[in-house]
Design a binder for this molecule. Sequence first.
Ligand code: ZN
Length: 387
Amino acid sequence: MTINEREGAALGGLLFFNGPVHNGGFTFTSRPGKATGIRLAAALNQLLGSEPVPHLWNTVTLAGDLRHLEHAATAGETVGRAAFEAGLIAAKYGDGRRPAGGIVTDADPQVAALALEMIEARLSTGALSLSTERIPHCPGCGHMAGTGAHPCQVCGNETLLARPRRVLVAERALDRPALDFNDVHAHHKRAPVHLRNIAGNVPARLILSRTRDHGISLEPLGLPEMVLDPRAGLHIAVLAAARARGAETAVMVLTQNAAANVAAYGQPFLRHHGSRLLYGLHGHIPYDHIQDLTTDYQRHRLPPAVRASFETWFLPLYSWHAKNHIGASQLAALLTHFHRARLTAPERPQAPAWRDIQQAVEAGSTTWLTRKAGLATAVSIASGTAP
Ligand SMILES: [Zn+2]
């Protein structure tokens, strides 16, 4: 089976997307862990035989609002917020490089269009409602504060005042966990207790509208100067990207803690017109300790390209298997495992072995990563389809 025969195999099926990355002040060189979701999604889609998907970015943040205001004040020029964010994202990739599948942010027009479509559908069934609530506001700047948040995070005003405001509200079903493991893409449906606790610690009535300078405007719903809460919006960004690719199931890969922090807000937005979003959980990679491998790299005589492949391809995949933190003390053994597997990797993957990997990836099974033969097949798929 050739690569071309595999192309589009996952269309109509399942694709992986990174949980949108906060567009904060970092580079992938300084914080390689920030790219884990992007690299993991790319590796899994490649194993499925699919074309690259867009990289997803989270630009709807209070920190982004403040950074944009500060830029306008110091630079003395007006750059539109979308262009400002696009410039910051482009800088993350270095010299003119762009992801092959493009970039989607959580404030893009196609995301906003899908969001309004989904919200209107849920307003009509009563799953979401518009309601007037007494909510803490800053009398200085109008910022709507979260519960218990003071002083004002925008202007520093010490006193917040509760005032009535029309907002978008989701009523949570109390008999359903905020992070339901039926919504997790995994071979074994396990619910770590700490995850359930974090995700469960949210109020029954969730306010889904926020005061932000940038984002999915809720003005068409009669909520002027409000946007959709970005924790809800990032789910819709993934569904919009999946819809553009014709994928019915979108797996958003992110860490367990990130999933716990957004799951309650995403719960109303996991399904739409036959398409579905699942969470794919991965752990943290100890990149701060990667220099500990210097002597191991030399001992195995690994050229830079193989080192890069270990760090940016294998470790993200292994974090998908590990789910939790990978310990720094595990790195040397993982490198040996990767090295031994790649030495046995066939030049071209055999079709049956590729099919086994593809089925495992679709099912959320990861044990093949721990077996030399399975990993060797994956290495040959990845090197055979590399640009
Ligand atoms: Zn304020």
